[in-house]
Design a protein around this ligand. Sequence first.
Ligand SMILES: [Zn+2]
Length: 180
Amino acid sequence: MNSYKGRCICDPIFEDFKWIGLAIALDDDLPKKPGVYVLRLALSRDENLIALRKRILEAYGIARDILKKANWRRLTKNWSPRIERINRIDPLTCPTIYIDGAGKGKGTIRSRFTDLAGLRHTIFPCILALRLAGLNIDFGYKTVNTGQEAFKIEQELIKQYIKIHGKPPALNERIKINNS
Ligand SMILES: [Zn+2]
């Protein structure tokens, strides 16, 4: 199920990850273990990256529309700052959009995968909007034995990613990075 075709200079830092299609996987496909997980845009070999960037802007527009139509103040307060992150996604720079750890008080790879589907995940509105715009996303993960270890690897991955790309993945929270 490896739909992602590696083509970014950051690929080596995710070398030992397993990849599945976010939208087609179900709970049983994911391990109940701590670890780190990564989201990246699924690219075909002949992907037109400029067209892809247009669809990302479309996703941003869809998210804004949902808020406008829902006309729900508290939802707008929750979602507005998060959906701004969609604009930071630039497939011409990097298809990786998110890196996170699971385990340190934040469940397992499986529970975070479940959270991401509308339960309680910060970037749920971004991922929903990307899906509504027809984008495919791959979910990559690597398991470890303890939450502590997961946290360490998460920090290390983000550090390496920043070294390569000069900034964290588009959908990662900026504040969290500054503290690491
Ligand atoms: Zn990259």
